[in-house]
Design a protein around this ligand. Structure first.
Ligand code: BGP
Length: 488
């Protein structure tokens, strides 16, 4: 049996609007995610609106706002981000549970509107800064590296409403000012930072603050985020020597549906379109094939003269990615997991699926790790992975989740092979949602990922009590043996 390399970081990952709650406490401003309702696998989550004529309306996250409509809250709706699972009041307890498992890293996102409630004011909100400062100190007290996502699929609602979010170049300045504040206050205590989450899969009002869903808005917004990320990396390195910056990408390995050359080619083109985002940020250049994507999609980017220099001079230090599943691509039809048609979405007859229909493919993780290192030659970090399942509490209060243990064991084995057999330098792993939290995709609570169960249902009812599942002790053993013992 072999272990993972010495010093390998083991831990978990969360996002503020799925985990933290406290939406009207501590001076936090309204956030673009606060208008998104709950949903389910069958019923898409909605953004609630006030239409131009004053009446109520909704759009789902794949639709543009009708002209003149703005986001609005309604009393008869349930908005999961408002309380989430209340990390805001459970942070000590949750961090201590993570420490008990032996975590050496905890990835969380700072809620931008907790630091700058509107996003464009002069001074930050001290109460918000103190909250994360306490969280960081608590992590360090437990010998856990805090790993911060500066912006995880959200923004102060004022920036979305007033400037059309990342579609506006002004957001670069707002973001850089926000990041500077984080570095001033937390520098020296936080080494690892992610500038953005899943750049290749974010779109629409709730995630990037834009009112329209079209390729022009999408790629223009992405360009502004590339520049903001580069400026932030430069500033971060200057202010915090030794700091390391990544940005997170949604990797779902895409396979050709068959070995028919047309399928192989279709798959190659889609994978490349997905890699576009990492290519820009890790290699520091718009790739040659970007021209083809922009021509095909009718995109004309507006850039300022120094933008490409920023992007080139300040690329990512490491590449981090989420990996939950793999998909297939066929030349005859293309199902996409995202509205911009970037990522494949078809199943694979050789793979079992999770209860939410995601193909389970540990080998795909080894494949991704190898491919990403071959392509970028930068250290890698598996920053999200895990199994969403409807765990059941037994009458005696226990929760048995052997399916999660099996999923994780198989993925850890694949990761270990990539590191120990293929010599891929991967230095950490954070499992998604170590304490149960709200699903991003469906807004459900019952799609649970955690080692720790949270007593709450899909409408936010429950005691919020934290209860260890069987996987808790298993993960503790894995970390204790540094991944040597993966037995289920
Ligand atoms: C990623 C997001 C996370 C998380 C995860 C699981 O795309 O970065 O925020 O939610 O997916 O997805 P879901 O919650 O839909 O199961």
């Amino acid at each position: 049996m072999t272990a993972f390399p010495k010093g390998f970081l083991w831990g978990g990952a969360t996002a503020d609007f799925q985990y933290e709650g406290g939406f009207d406490e501590g001076g936090r401003g309204m956030n673009s995610q606060d208008f998104v309702t709950d949903g389910s696998a069958e019923k898409k989550r909605q953004i609630t609106l006030r239409l131009k004529d004053g009446s109520k309306g909704t759009v789902n996250s794949l639709e543009s706002f009708p002209e003149g409509a703005e986001a609005e809250l309604y009393d008869d709706q349930y908005y999961p981000s408002h309380r989430a699972v209340d990390f805001y009041h459970h942070w000590k307890e949750d961090i201590s549970l993570m420490a008990e498992m032996g975590f050496s890293v905890f990835r969380f996102s700072v809620c931008w509107s907790r630091i700058y409630p509107n996003g464009d004011e002069e001074k930050p909100n001290e109460e918000g800064l103190k909250f994360y400062s306490d969280v960081i100190d608590e992590c360090r007290m437990h010998h856990m590296e805090p790993l911060i996502t500066i912006c995880h699929d959200e923004m102060p609602d004022h920036l979305a409403r007033t400037y059309d979010g990342w579609n506006s170049r002004h957001l670069i300045d707002c973001y850089v000012k926000y990041a500077r504040t984080l570095f001033e206050r937390y520098g020296g205590r936080v080494k690892y930072w992610l500038t953005f989450n899943e750049l290749n899969a974010i779109h629409g009002y709730s995630k990037i603050g834009v009112h329209t869903m079209d390729p022009q808005t999408f790629y223009q917004s992405q360009h502004h985020m590339f520049v903001a990320s580069a400026e932030t990396i430069k500033m971060g390195h200057e202010m915090m020597p030794g700091s390391m910056f990544g940005s997170m990408f949604a990797m779902s390995e895409m396979y050709p549906a068959t070995c028919r050359p047309e399928d192989v080619m279709a798959c190659y083109l889609h994978r490349r379109e997905n890699y576009f985002f990492i290519d820009v940020m890790a290699r520091g250049k718009y790739p040659n094939y970007a021209a083809e994507i922009f021509e095909r999609k009718g995109v004309k980017l507006k850039m300022e003269s120094e933008d490409l220099t920023w992007i080139e001079e300040y690329p990512l230090d490491f590449v981090s990615f989420s990996y939950y599943r793999s998909t297939t691509v066929s030349a005859d039809h293309f199902t996409s997991m995202d509205p911009m048609g970037i990522m494949g979405g078809d199943g694979n007859p050789y793979l079992e699926k999770t209860p939410w229909g995601w193909p389970i493919d540990p080998t795909g993780l080894r494949y991704c790790l190898n491919e990403l290192y071959d392509r970028y030659q930068k250290p890698l970090f598996v920053i999200e992975n895990g199994l969403g399942a409807a765990d059941r509490m037994e009458k005696d209060g226990t929760i048995h989740d052997p399916y999660r243990i099996k999923y994780l064991s198989d993925h850890f084995k694949a990761m270990k092979d990539a590191i120990n057999i293929d010599h891929v330098p991967c230095f950490g792993y954070t499992m998604w949602g170590p304490i149960d939290l709200v699903s991003l995709g469906t807004g459900e609570m019952k799609k649970r990922y955690g080692f720790v169960y949270v007593d709450m249902d899909d409408k936010g009812r429950g005691t919020l009590k934290r209860i260890k599942k069987d996987s808790f002790a298993w993960m503790k053993k894995v970390i204790h043996t540094n991944g040597e013992d993966l037995s289920c």
